[in-house]
Every structure is written in structure tokens, then in C-alpha cells.
Design a protein around this ligand. Structure first.
Ligand code: PAF
Length: 272
């Protein structure tokens, strides 16, 4: 595996690659969720590029940019074990110019995650577009846990006619149901225990749907009931384009929840 720190290095290697390139963009602190993306990419492509870049433009003032877990040595080992070909770890100064064209995410990026974190998705799209420009992947891999991010990146690829396949990958969970996230390490013991109510509430919703309940109000009530002891930030039931649904549409519904544990926000969702 080669570690590349500059855009020039990566671009000069990329121009000689004529076979399929799989790309997994990350902010590091790699866990089994990332590993599943990298493994899928390894299976489906000749060349695998992973990036690790804690992107400052997607953090709002007062968020955890400085505290965001950085585990470069462990991440490098993981990428080596997963047989990554190129690990791209750029510096902030090489990724951003002083004054540059800014991408503006569409209005639907200002609901749900974007309502709590206005501007977050502008930063995500900005950096992902840059990373796509540098790596020019055939296939790019994203987790379904960040469902709104995945939807917006898919739209960006369509809107800008980028010849890239966006591959949506399943959420990876701890054996007790908690969705993996780099931010899980912020939880203390009690919060970690309580966090199980998040996936429990989604399983309860899935059970209701399996029993033919289609009214999203009833399903939201059930989720609220299971999570009543938590600080619930939102429950939303949307279609794949992120329009709110009154009735469940099988094969076109995502149920999303976000709960807060102190300063830590945990997201989870299920896709029907
Ligand atoms: O999902 C993430 O880790 C980040 O938002 C991404 C896509 C790597 C962009 O910084």
C-alpha cells in the first residue's frame, strides 16, 4: 500500500490506471463500518483508493472538529490489512484554496440533519466533489447510516453528470444493535446502555410495518414511546428523495432517528 499526501502524487498515479477504481472517502477513526465499505470496494474493483481527511468545512462552529478522533497509525494498519492500494491523507492546505468556488447544496439539505447542522452538507459536497476530481473513481462507496449525505451525493453525481457509480452499503452494527460510528467512543457507560433504545425503536417500527401498519404517524408514535427516556432530536419517515411520507411505501422508505447523549448525536435508520 502506498500512502500519498499530495494531490500531485495521486493524480500522477491515477492517470496511468486504466482499470476499475473503487474509492472509499473517510474521515478516519476507521471502524468495522468503514472496513465493510473497503472490503466491498476491494472485491468489486482492480484498484482501491481510501482517503482519510477530517474535512473542516463540514463542521459548524462549536462542533467537534478539534476533538474528532484521529487514529492515523491504527487506520494505516487497517488499510494495509484490507489490501488498499493507495491511502490518500492530504493536509488541509492542499485541499482548500484561500478563495474558491463554493457548492450550495439544495433546499432539501436544510431539513433533518441540515436543520440542526445548517451548511454541513455544503461542506460535505464540496470535499466529496474535490475528492472525486482527484481520484476519478469508477465506483464510490458510502454507508446508508448517513442516509441524507448519501442521497445528496447521489444527486450531485446526477446533477453534474459525473461518470461515477455511487454504491450504497448496509449499516454495520455492534452485536447488541448499536450502529457503528466514530462518535460512539464519546459515550459513557450509561449512555452506551441507553443508546440501545435507538435500534430497538427502529426494530419496533419494522415489526409494526411487518404487521401491515402503514400510517407513519402510528409508527412515529411507537418510536417515540420506545425512546421516551432519551433526548430524541427527530424521527422522520421519508422517501429516498427525502420527502416526508404520510404512508409507508414499501421499497421507497427510510425511517430515521437521531438521539442526543450530552453533546453526542447518534444517527440511525432503516431502509425498507
Ligand atoms: O461520511 C464521512 O465520513 C464524510 O462526510 C465524508 C463523506 C468522508 C466527507 O468528508
Amino acid at each position: 500500500m502506498k500512502i500519498l499526501k499530495t494531490i500531485d502524487e495521486l493524480q500522477s498515479i491515477r492517470k496511468d490506471i486504466t482499470s476499475n477504481v473503487g474509492f472509499v472517502p473517510t474521515m478516519g477513526a476507521l471502524h468495522d463500518g468503514h472496513i465493510s465499505l473497503i472490503k466491498k470496494s476491494r472485491k468489486e474493483n482492480d484498484i482501491v483508493i481510501v482517503s482519510i481527511f477530517v474535512n473542516p468545512t463540514q463542521f459548524l462552529a462549536g462542533e467537534d472538529l478539534d476533538a474528532y478522533p484521529r487514529k492515523d497509525a491504527a487506520d494505516i494498519k487497517i488499510c494495509e490489512m484490507c489490501k488498499v492500494d493507495y491511502l490518500f491523507m492530504p493536509e488541509i492546505s492542499t485541499m482548500y484554496a484561500k478563495e474558491e468556488i463554493i457548492l450550495k447544496a439544495p433546499n432539501k439539505s436544510y431539513v433533518l440533519e441540515g436543520k440542526t447542522r445548517p451548511g454541513h452538507f455544503d461542506g460535505v459536497l464540496q470535499v466529496v466533489l474535490k475528492l472525486f476530481g482527484i481520484t476519478q473513481p469508477t465506483n464510490a462507496y458510502f454507508g446508508k447510516k448517513d442516509a441524507q449525505q448519501l442521497s445528496l451525493i447521489s444527486q450531485m453525481v446526477k446533477d453534474f453528470f459525473l461518470p461515477i457509480n455511487i454504491i450504497a452499503c448496509e449499516i454495520v452494527r455492534e452485536s447488541d444493535g448499536l450502529a457503528l460510528s466514530s462518535r460512539n467512543i464519546y459515550l459513557d457507560e450509561t449512555q452506551r446502555k441507553d443508546s440501545l433504545l435507538i435500534s430497538k425503536s427502529l426494530y419496533a417500527a419494522a415489526t409494526l410495518i411487518a404487521k401491515d401498519e402503514r400510517d407513519t404517524k402510528v409508527i412515529k408514535e411507537k418510536i417515540n414511546e420506545v425512546m421516551k427516556t432519551l433526548e430524541l432530536e427527530y424521527v422522520a419517515i421519508v422517501d429516498r428523495e427525502f420527502n416526508e411520507l404520510e404512508n409507508i411505501e414499501i421499497d421507497n422508505t427510510i425511517i430515521l432517528v437521531v438521539a442526543k447523549f450530552g453533546n453526542t448525536r447518534l444517527l440511525d435508520n432503516i431502509w425498507l
